[in-house]
Every structure is written in structure tokens, then in C-alpha cells.
Design a protein around this ligand. Sequence first.
Ligand SMILES: *Cc1c(COP(=O)(O)O)cnc(C)c1O
Length: 409
Amino acid sequence: MQNDFSRRPGRHFLQIPGPTNVPARILRAIEAPTIDHRGPEFGELARRVFRDIKTVFQTTEPVVIFPSSGTGAWEAALVNTLSPGDTVLMCRTGWFATLWKEMAERLNLRPIFLDGDWRRGADPAAIAETLAQDRAHRIKAVCVVHNETSTGCTSRIDEIRAAIDQTGHPALLMVDTISSLASMDYRHDAWGVDVTVGGSQKGLMLPPGLGFNAIGPKALAASQKATLPRSYFDWRPMLAANAEGFFPYTPATNLLFGLAEALTMLQEEGLPAVFARHARLAEAARSAVRAWGLEIQCAEPRHYSNSLTAVRLPEGHSADRLRALILERLNMSLGNGLGILKDRVFRIGHLGDFNELELIGTLGGVELGLRMAGVPHRAGGVQAAIESLAQDAAGWQFAAADPAGKATG
Ligand SMILES: *Cc1c(COP(=O)(O)O)cnc(C)c1O
């Protein structure tokens, strides 16, 4: 073990699925002197952020921003729309879904928890079946984690929406997009989501500290009648102040500077390109895992996450020992196994401000670590990732060889 004072050349690889690497542009934006959050300069900043954040949620509805972690935004979604004793339908897709369910219990809600094996997303048919049996409409909300960060499995929100509609059940649909927002296509309006929950420290490339709720009209109507106690997370004073470009209490001003820069960066790249980049890098990461002969935790290819890959270790091998070795020797942090996956999987974060060369470096670190730790695997994972990226790059070669085409394109 190196002591705390030894120099570590090169940069740390922070390849956990959030917090993600914060780009220098955003760090510089955050560094600006804090301004008066009741002054005109702040109002201008806030109005721009409130407008542009909507594009990331693909919504025209209001998005509120709390100075909180993602967990606070979960709480805000529940306390603003529900009343003590309300039944909510939740899906045990993994660790984060389990934490949200435990929060619901502490808030005096009554969750029905549909079981799952942590190897795929939520089952739309099981949701529809449960709703169809609930003829008295006791279930007030269906809560789904879009991208289960503990497993690397996504839930198909479009299919879940269709399943709910098919039953005609009036329950609200609330979705956690904390680790998919700005990395994977997510459509608050088109998918008829009533509350979308987000956080700053994953696809949005910011440090931790901002929580988001995108609020649809049905959720807003529910918030007028809901009776769970709420204060700090109350949407009403927040929406009223936001309409004037301000907050009801001191906002995380410097993180909002960073958010404005992040939104500019996402606009410059274009959301479709951002999603395509994540898809390309994720597919290359999965190619590496397959070449190593290791198993991807997500067993349903339609549910593969583009923001992270959870990798199972062969029986009898410790994922935590592998991660500790990679951190100590290679200065790279990988995500740990959570809940029932503790010590069984490691997770590679490939989201946020991340590119091909960083992926190759990350996978190189994993492959070297597998060897150093004596974990049985085949060599060639990095090569397989390069093959995957090269196939995708065929179009770029064409563009580079045809500058005239590029000029008109
Ligand atoms: C990170 C994460 C959370 C928790 O967010 P915090 O900011 O740690 O409170 C919740 N849900 C998902 C899916 C996450 O990835």
C-alpha cells in the first residue's frame, strides 16, 4: 500500500458509474465568484438554466432543481404527490430500487414490491397484471428506476407506459433517471412520465449536489391534494420562485454555473450524438467482457445499460479484491457490487465526459488487473473493444477521406 504522500504520476481514472469525471470547462465555470442569488445576474442565469434543462428531460414541463443529492429528488417526487398510507407499485430491479422502496416505507407509504432477479429491467406485464387486479385504484403511483446503476440493466419506460395505459389505471408514473439522464435517450413527455427524478453527478458531468424533478401536469394536480408532510422539498414555493428566476432559499449557486456550462456542452455536441457516443462506448465495453469470457450481469440484451456495465466474477473470486488491487496499483476506481451483488460484480462506468481512448485505458486497466489478481479470463478484451470501435468508425474514415463531402455535410 502506498502512503498518502507518495506521488502518483498521471491522472486518476474515476470509472465508477457516478460521480463521473467533471470536465475542466465545468470546473472553471464553478470556480467563478459566488453571486447574489437575489440579484439580476442570478435571475438571468436561472432563467436560462430552467429553460435549457428541459431539453435534457425532453419535456416542455417545469423542471425544479434542489440543492440535494439524487436521494433528495426521490423524496421530493414522493412527498409532493402522495398521502400517508397510499399504495405505490415498485419493482425490485436492484439496489437503488430497493433504497427507493425503503424510503417509501419510512414515509408511511405502502409499497407493493414486484420481485426481480437483478439481471433485467422491470417487467411491464407484471406491472400491468398488478394494476389490473387493483380495481379500487388503491395504487397511486408506479415507481421505476430507468437505469439500475447496481446491475447495468435498464427498464423500458415506453413499454411500461403502454402497459399502464392498456389497463386504464390512473396511477402516476415516476421514473428515476439519475444514472441515465444525458447519457441514454429519455423522454419525459413522449413516454407520459408524471415525475422524472434526476441528479447532477452522472451523465450531466457535474459534481454531486443537485437533484431534479421534471413535473408533468397530472403530478402537479396530485400535488395540490397530497398530504404527506413536505417543507424543504415542497414544489409550490419552488415553482413560484422559479417563475421569477429565483429560488425560495439559497440555491447551489456555483453548481448552477456548472450546470449552465454542462448544458452548453450538451448543446454543442447535440443530444443524439451524446446518446450515440454512449451506445458506441458501451457496446465496445461489452465486447471486451465477452472476449474475457466473463459474464455481463444484465442477462437481457434489450435491457443493456449504455452508462455502465456490471461484470460478474467467476465463482470463488472476489470482485472487491480485484477492485482494491486495481485502485492500489493502477490508480483506477471501479464501482463495487451493491446489496446481493456485493463482492460478486465490479461495475465499469462509461458515462458522462468520456471518449474512446479513455475507454481503452479503462479496459486496459481492467484486463491488467484481472491478470494481476489471477482471475481466470482470456486475454484480448481490449482488442475486442478496439474492433468494435473500428467497425463503428468506418463512417468517420469516409468523412476524413472526403473533405468536400464534409464541407457540404
Ligand atoms: C446514484 C443513484 C441514486 C442516488 O443518488 P444520490 O445522489 O447518491 O443520492 C439513485 N438512483 C440511481 C439509479 C442512481 O444511480
